[in-house]
Design a protein around this ligand. Sequence first.
Ligand SMILES: [Cu+2]
Length: 158
Amino acid sequence: MPTRRKFLLSMTALGASSAVWACPLPTVLEENKHSILMLNAACSDANTPNVFEPAILRVALGDSVTFIPTDTGHNAASKRGMIPEGAEGWNGAIDEEVTVEFTVPGIYGYICLPHYDMGMVGLIVVGDDLSNLEAAKKVRHPGSARKAFRTFLKELEA
Ligand SMILES: [Cu+2]
């Protein structure tokens, strides 16, 4: 019963919105289902504000990823130009838990709109496919998002 499972997960996530609960990260909820936390501060460094954790996530084709509003005031939305051709984007509301199923391989860049220019961005790589890397690199970003995306995209090539 996937619906009920999702409900229970949501209640757990919302009921325990503390960094203590968030770290270490429950990045794999169950087989083929991953999670990314939306946090006011990084698990590894409390002085790094507004982050997705993990900021880079590799998943298999067909896997799903749930963006969990562990802290409030964040959203998760795909970035135009930073998803593979033929893939559908997503646009979560503030504090909304969003689950995205990835059926097209490639790189997916996404942002938190309120903290976009502060560098709250992330990447999901589906099926180890980097074929839209050059296209993703060409997208322009405001403020700290530019450096954050550049750093994350460089990590994919390492
Ligand atoms: Cu945010």
